[in-house]
Design a protein. Structure first.
Length: 461
C-alpha cells in the first residue's frame, strides 16, 4: 500500500487521464476505420463504374477468345516502408499492386484482368461487396453487372492495404498518448509538489517545535488546510497550558509537602532529645498531627490527579438527599458535632452524574462548611428545582471577608490568609470545580454579610 498522498494523487490522476486517453483513442480508431472502409469501398464502386464506361468503347471485347491482361508495376517490396514523399514515382505508386480488377462475360468468362488477380473470381457473379481469399492475398471486392454491355465488372483491393493504414493510425495514436502522458505526468507532479508545499512547510515547522517551547504555527495555508493549522495551534496551546499547570502543581505540591516533613523531622529530633515523658508526648502529638495533615494532602493530591485524567464519566440518576446523608455519615464525629446541620432537600430530586465523583464534591463542600464555620453555628444544605435545572446550595457562617480573593479560591493550593490557622491543603475547591466541569454544571461562590454560599447548578435528571 502506498503511504504517500502525493504519490497516490500523481498515480491516480495519471491513471484516470490514461484511461480517458485510451478510451478516446479506441473510439477514434474505430471511427477512423469506419471512415477508411467507406472511402475505399466508394473507390471500388467508382472503379467498377469507370470500367463499365471504358469497355463500352470496345465492342469486340465480349468476343475475345483469351483474356486481355493489364500489367501492374511490382513496387511492393522495395517501396512499402519508405516515406510518403518517395512513394510518388514515375513508374507509379506502391499501392498499384494492391488494387486489381476483372471484366467477365455474363456467363463468367474472363475477358479483361489486371495481372495481380490471377484467373480466379474476385467476387461471385452477384452485385455487391464481397470478401475472398486466394493462396496469396485476401481481397475486398465490389461486383457490378452492366446491362448495356452485358458484362460483369469487378474491382478488388488487398485487405493488407487497410490493415497497413490501420496500423499507422494505431501507432500514431499510441505515440501521441505516450508523449501526452509523459508531459502530463511531469506537469501533474510539479503541480502536486507546488500544492503540497504549504503542507511540507507545516510538517517541517512541527518537527522543529520543542516540547519546552511550543510556539503557534503561522503559515499561509489554503482554505482547506487552514482549519488543520488552527486545530494544531489549539492543541499546542492546550499542551502548553497543561505543562504549565503540571509544573505549577509539582512546585506547589513540593512546597506543601515540605512543611509537614520538616515538622516531622523537627519533632523526631525533639523526641530523641527529650528528658521527660511530657516533652516526648508533646512531640509525638505533633508528629501525629503532621502525619494526618500529610495523609490528607496526599489523598487530596490523588483525588486531583484522578479527576484531571478523567475523560469519560458514566452518568446515572443520583438522589441528592441520599448522597448528602451518606456523605455526612463519612465525616468525623467532631465535625458533625461542631455545627448544626439543616437539610432542605426533596427526596424526589435527582441529578445525572457519576456517583463516586459527586460524593467527592459533597465531601469537600460539607467538610469545608463544617471546618470554616464557627462552632455551634448553622450549616444549611438546600436543593430545589427551577425549570430544567437543579440548584444545590451549601451555606455556612463566616466572619472573614472573601471578596478580595474570592476568584482565587478555586486555584490549586490557594488558601485565604484568614484561614491559614485551619488545617487544609487548598485543593478541595479546585477538585470540586474540575468535577463540576466534567458534569457540564456550574459553580458559584458568593458572600452576603456573614453567610458564605457555594451554589451548584445541574441539569435535572
Amino acid at each position: 500500500m502506498i503511504d504517500s498522498i502525493k504519490t497516490r494523487i500523481v498515480l491516480g490522476v495519471n491513471l484516470v487521464i490514461l484511461l480517458v486517453l485510451v478510451i478516446a483513442s479506441v473510439v477514434d480508431y474505430y471511427r477512423s476505420l469506419h471512415e477508411i472502409d467507406e472511402v475505399f469501398d466508394a473507390q471500388l464502386a467508382q472503379t467498377s463504374r469507370l470500367l463499365a464506361r471504358l469497355v463500352e468503347n470496345d465492342p469486340g471485347l465480349p468476343d475475345r477468345l483469351s483474356p486481355l491482361i493489364v500489367a501492374v508495376p511490382q513496387l511492393e517490396q522495395q517501396l512499402m516502408e519508405v516515406p510518403s514523399a518517395l512513394e510518388r514515382l514515375r513508374e507509379g505508386h506502391k499501392y498499384e499492386s494492391q488494387i486489381g480488377f476483372q471484366v467477365r462475360s455474363r456467363d463468367g468468362r474472363l475477358l479483361l484482368s489486371s495481372a495481380n488477380t490471377s484467373h480466379t473470381l474476385l467476387a461471385p457473379l452477384q452485385s455487391g461487396y464481397f470478401e475472398r481469399s486466394d493462396p496469396d492475398h485476401q481481397w475486398i471486392s465490389f461486383s457490378l453487372f452492366d446491362e448495356a454491355s452485358q458484362l460483369w465488372l469487378q474491382a478488388g483491393q488487398h485487405v493488407a492495404v487497410r490493415d497497413e493504414l490501420s496500423w499507422y493510425l494505431v501507432s500514431g495514436q499510441i505515440g501521441q498518448v505516450l508523449v501526452t502522458m509523459l508531459l502530463l505526468s511531469v506537469l501533474i507532479y510539479l503541480l502536486v509538489q507546488h500544492m503540497f508545499a504549504p503542507v511540507d512547510a507545516l510538517s517541517q515547522q512541527l518537527q522543529q517545535s520543542s516540547p519546552t517551547a511550543l510556539q503557534p504555527l503561522d503559515i499561509a495555508l489554503p482554505t482547506e488546510i487552514a482549519p488543520v493549522q488552527r486545530a494544531i495551534n489549539t492543541l499546542l496551546d492546550n499542551i502548553s497550558q497543561h505543562l504549565a499547570q503540571e509544573k505549577r502543581f509539582i512546585a506547589d505540591a513540593s512546597h506543601e509537602l515540605r512543611t509537614p516533613l520538616a515538622i516531622l523531622r523537627l519533632h523526631a529530633q525533639n523526641i530523641s532529645q527529650a528528658n521527660n515523658d511530657a516533652d516526648r508526648k508533646k512531640a509525638l502529638d505533633a508528629i501525629i498531627s503532621s502525619s494526618m495533615r500529610m495523609s490528607h494532602l496526599v489523598s487530596q493530591l490523588m483525588a486531583l490527579a484522578r479527576v484531571d485524567r478523567q475523560q469519560l464519566t458514566h452518568f446515572s440518576p443520583v438522589q441528592l438527599l441520599q448522597l448528602t446523608e451518606e456523605t455526612l455519615a463519612q465525616l468525623p464525629s467532631a465535625q458533625l458535632d461542631k455545627v448544626d446541620w439543616q437539610l432542605e432537600i426533596d427526596p424526589a430530586l435527582y441529578v445525572r452524574g457519576d456517583p463516586s465523583l459527586l460524593q467527592v464534591v459533597w465531601r469537600n463542600l460539607l467538610d469545608n462548611a463544617s471546618k470554616y464555620a464557627p462552632a455551634d453555628s448553622c450549616v444549611q444544605v438546600r436543593a430545589s428545582r427551577s425549570q430544567q435545572q437543579i440548584t444545590c446550595v451549601f451555606e455556612n457562617y463566616s466572619h472573614l471577608v472573601l471578596q478580595p480573593d474570592k476568584q482565587r479560591l478555586t486555584d490549586r493550593f490557594y488558601r485565604s490568609p484568614g484561614h491559614q490557622q485551619i488545617d487544609g491543603a487548598g485543593l478541595g475547591l479546585s477538585i470540586v470545580k474540575q468535577i463540576i466541569s466534567l458534569h457540564q454544571a456550574s459553580m458559584q461562590i458568593s458572600q452576603l454579610e456573614d453567610m458564605v454560599a457555594v451554589t451548584l447548578h445541574f441539569d435535572s435528571a
